[in-house]
Ligand binder design. Structure first.
Ligand code: MN
Length: 259
C-alpha cells in the first residue's frame, strides 16, 4: 500500500516535472516566456526572437561556399556534410513529421521541447536537422576572434576569461564519448553553461540531461572532421574557433536577454 501511494505521488511529481521540463524550466522567466510565445507563433513582442530562433523543417541554403571555411574545415567535408548527412536528417524529419502528424509550419523548437512524446526517428532526425541548421549559421568565413558586447562580458564574467571559456568548451567537445555535440547555452537562470549531448540530441530536448537554449554548438561526429583531421578531434575543435560567427552568437544572446 505504501508502495502504491509512493508510486502515485511519484507519478504526480513526474507529471508536474514534465510540464516544467516542457517549458525548459524557463517558462516563468522573461527569456523563457518570450521564447515560448515565439515558438507558439504568438507575435506579441516575440517577432525578433521568432525570426532569430525559430527553425524550419526544411534545409536552408548554406550562407557561404563549401570551401569558404578552409583551411579549418575543408570543402569536401562541408559538401558531404551539408548535401548528404544534413540533407538526410531533413528528409527523414519530413517523413517522421508526416507519420506523426506534426505541423511543419510550427517552429521545430516546439517539437524539440516535447521530444519525449515522439518517436526515436523524430528525435534523431529532428535533432539532427535542428543542430545542423544552427551549426551552419554560427560559422562564417569571416569568423573567429572574440565575442564583444554583452555576450563578451557575460563570458568573461561567467567563466573568468575568454580563454577559460574556450578551455571548458573544448573539454566538453573533446570529452564527449562517441558521436555528439558540444554546446554553449543560456540556461533557465539566464546563465551561460557549457555541456555536451550524445548523438543528435540537443539541450532543447525535454529528455536531455543538459538543458538550455543553444547559442553555440560544435558537431563532433567523425563525419564533421574525419577527412581532414582523421582521429585528431582535438585539432578540429581547436580550429573551430577560427570560424565561429560571434556576430550571430551575440545576436542570439542579445535577443534572448532582451526578450
Ligand atoms: Mn553532422
Amino acid at each position: 500500500m505504501k508502495k502504491t501511494s509512493y508510486n502515485v505521488s511519484r507519478r504526480t511529481f513526474l507529471n508536474h516535472s514534465s510540464k516544467a521540463t516542457l517549458a525548459l524550466g524557463i517558462g516563468s522567466s522573461l527569456i523563457g516566456s518570450a521564447f515560448l510565445s515565439a515558438c507558439k507563433g504568438n507575435s506579441e513582442g516575440g517577432e525578433e526572437v521568432k525570426s532569430l530562433l525559430s527553425t524550419g523543417f526544411e534545409q536552408t541554403p548554406l550562407g557561404y561556399a563549401f570551401e569558404a571555411l578552409e583551411p579549418h574545415i575543408d570543402a569536401m567535408t562541408m559538401e558531404i556534410h551539408y548535401t548528404k548527412h544534413a540533407a538526410a536528417y531533413a528528409k527523414n524529419l519530413a517523413e517522421a513529421s508526416t507519420e506523426e502528424g506534426v505541423d511543419v509550419n510550427k517552429p521545430l523548437e516546439e517539437v524539440m521541447m516535447n521530444i519525449s512524446k515522439y518517436s526515436t526517428k523524430m528525435r534523431n532526425n529532428g535533432g539532427g536537422h535542428y543542430n545542423h541548421e544552427l551549426f551552419w549559421k554560427i560559422m562564417s568565413p569571416n569568423g573567429g576572434g572574440q565575442p564583444g558586447g554583452d555576450l563578451g562580458q557575460a563570458i568573461s564574467g561567467g567563466f573568468g576569461s575568454f580563454e577559460e571559456f574556450q578551455k571548458q568548451f573544448e573539454d566538453a567537445a573533446k570529452g564527449r564519448f562517441g558521436s555528439g555535440w558540444g554546446w554553449l547555452v543560456l540556461d533557465k537562470d539566464n546563465l551561460l553553461k557549457i555541456g555536451s549531448t550524445p548523438n543528435q540530441d540537443n539541450p532543447l530536448m525535454d529528455i536531455s540531461d543538459f538543458q538550455g537554449i543553444p547559442l553555440l554548438g560544435i558537431d563532433v561526429w567523425e563525419h564533421a572532421y574525419y577527412l581532414n583531421y582523421q582521429n585528431r578531434r582535438p585539432d578540429y575543435v581547436s580550429a573551430f574557433w577560427n570560424v565561429v560567427n560571434w556576430t550571430e552568437v551575440e545576436r542570439r544572446y542579445d535577443t534572448l536577454m532582451k526578450g
